[in-house]
Design a binder for this molecule. Structure first.
Ligand code: LLP
Length: 439
């Protein structure tokens, strides 16, 4: 079983009714570091990285780059760089974090549909390896900044391949309405500009990303075919041999028992089969493949611990159990109606359960973490663990209701280390000023 097909981190154990991850008792961690608490299991991250590498073992020219947007902090980027990953970044903030984590900046790609001049300048100064150029405006801007710095930027062109995935479904159409990338009908135009005008851009290949939380490997198969077809067409039409394709991220994970995402092996098999077939068909040389997973690398490794507080029972309707976090530390249920799975970390063997709604603490009726879940009879002070919160929780967290963002603890071999400190009340006002005229 692939790590992304598990609901819980790979080191999960139950000992005397308590939930253990990375050899640490989650109840003790909640007590020691406070709640809500993001917990990250190092072994689960490393194992997923190794699964990716092993799944693509038969394809020599593969580069794994981690999509930082899923979760970006110094310790996480350090672990991923130790595992041989490069990084897909989308802001100066993510690039700076990568730089400060000491990663090889040549393995950093800068992606995004509206990079600012300042961000581009920074990226060139840090010597990042690739820009994924998204649109005409950016091509002009990047070329002029590179020219002013007397340097050449190595680029991929972000294209819209006409495939769109939404978890279980995918559609393949000639055109999709997306804010990202060049429509295939415009690639000739941008390539002509690069050849004739943008002398400080060095075109290396094509980049696409077809969606997130994907359950359908067939869509990758079609994506690879489209990218290779486009490389062949560009070679023929422009006499340009591009030899890199970036197929984006997107592999799904298991948030609930019903979710059945494909394994990394299945993903790799679809990609390599499509590649072999397309290379034969279009007779071009095997390109370098970049793959940039985010969620599937980090999601399963992360859990969030909450403390139970108040209750509200509405006879004949439901019982609300309120936790001390919610939509500010995990906005996904409110934003995307995302489903999660929870257990009581201090009542793991308790078989007497009841149906409850896990509500957050924020002032919004929509702040519900799990709409319906069977849990042991909870009391104030119990610790609830929500699984699969590694991706797009911490990275999308806010200070809504002026609540301090949680701490994050990395666990491994019964050791726990705080890798993100809990915000303090002082932190909340640290960058604010009252103008003199208001005093
Ligand atoms: N590459 C590109 C160009 C992307 O836009 C993304 C994600 C990835 C890679 C990584 O995709 P992943 O492997 O994580 O699926 N906030 C949403 C997810 C947004 C994904 C945006 N792009 C959520 O919480 O579900």
């Amino acid at each position: 079983m692939s790590t992304n097909q598990r609901l819980r981190p790979i080191t999960t154990e139950i000992k005397e009714e308590h939930l253990y991850i990375g050899g640490c008792d989650m109840v003790e961690l909640a007590d020691k570091y406070g709640t809500p608490l993001y917990v990250l299991d190092e072994e689960t991250i490393r194992s997923m990285c190794r699964e990716y590498k092993s799944a693509f073992r038969n394809y020599n020219n593969i580069h794994m780059i981690y999509a930082c947007k899923a979760m970006c902090n110094l310790a996480v980027l350090k672990i991923l760089s130790q595992e041989g990953f490069g990084f897909d970044t989308v802001s100066a903030g993510e690039i700076y974090t990568a730089y400060k984590a000491g990663v090889d900046m040549k393995r950093v790609l800068f992606n995004g549909n509206n990079k600012s001049a300042k961000e581009i300048e920074r990226a060139l100064e840090y010597g990042i390896g690739r820009f994924s150029v998204d649109n005409f405006y950016e091509a002009e801007l990047l070329n002029s900044i590179a020219l002013s710095k007397n340097t050449i930027a190595d680029i991929l062109l972000r294209i819209t391949p006409g495939i769109e995935c939404h978890t279980h479904d995918y559609i393949q159409t000639g055109q999709i309405d997306s804010k990202f990338g060049f429509d295939l009908s415009r690639t000739d135009e941008i390539i002509n500009l690069i050849k004739v005008k943008y002398k400080n851009l060095n075109l290396k290949g094509l980049h696409a990303h077809i969606g997130s939380q994907i359950f359908e490997t067939r869509s990758y198969y079609d994506e690879v075919e489209i990218l290779i077809r486009e490389l062949a067409r560009i070679k023929e039409k422009h006499n340009l041999s591009l030899n890199e394709i970036n197929i984006g991220g997107g592999l799904g994970v298991k948030y609930t028992l019903e979710d059945c995402p494909p394994s990394v092996e299945e993903l790799a098999s679809a990609v390599t089969k499509a590649m072999k077939k397309a290379l034969d068909k279009y007779s071009i040389e095997e390109p370098v493949i970049y793959i940039e997973p985010g969620r599937s690398i980090i999601s399963t490794a992360g859990v969030t611990l909450y403390k139970v507080g108040s209750f509200k029972k509405i006879p004949g309707v439901r019982k609300y159990v309120a936790l001390d976090g919610g939509m500010a530390d995990n906005p996904r249920p409110a934003m995307y109606q995302a489903k999660y799975t929870a257990e009581a970390a201090n009542k793991m063997n308790n078989s007497e359960t009841e149906l409850v709604t896990l509500a957050g603490r924020y002032c919004e009726s929509g702040d519900i973490l799990i709409e319906k879940t069977e849990l042991p009879r909870l009391e104030a002070g119990d610790i609830v663990c929500v699984y699969n919160t590694g991706a797009y929780n911490y990275s999308m967290a806010s200070n809504y209701n002026r609540v301090e963002k949680p701490a994050m603890v990395l666990v491994n071999n019964s050791q726990s280390d705080m890798i993100v400190n809990r915000e303090s009340l002082e932190d909340l006002i640290a960058r604010e000023n009252i103008p003199d005229r208001l005093r």
